[in-house]
Design a protein around this ligand. Sequence first.
Ligand code: NI
Length: 172
Amino acid sequence: MALRQILNDNHPVLRQPAREVIKINSGVLRLLDDMIETMREAEGVGLAANQVGVSKRILIASPDGESIVELINPTCAENEGEEVGVEGCLSIPGQYGEVPRAERIKVKALNREGREIYLEAEGLLARILQHEIDHLDGILFTDKALRMVDPEELQNDKTGEESSDHKGEVKS
Ligand code: NI
């Protein structure tokens, strides 16, 4: 495994829709392993392949910092409800914003063995998956944020469950 460089938001690859994975070969598996190491090193909760400069529809998520969800060619099959929550992004360091997302989603994707899987998610995992699928479509959270939030405001806000649990450290 190796660390990869996380690109920042002025890199054009972050604005291009990522390409579908045609074949899950050793390069794709190595990329997944490297993305996990890179996300953990950066203390993020999710990462999309184009954030490390690879235009492939691959994302990972780790809402609890331990278990890992790996999705290849993910598409959002269904979504329900709406919830506003604070997000940050490893490609946009130091910035946070309030972003509306679906509360519950169903995602269809391939796993690393190439099997089709359906995943139902809610709460933080649903938010991360929507953030990462947006990355794969060239969309950043700042495009959708209702307002940006001062990081100091996050540190002081102990009322919202999400912000008090993560103190503005939810970056993906
Ligand atoms: Ni991000």
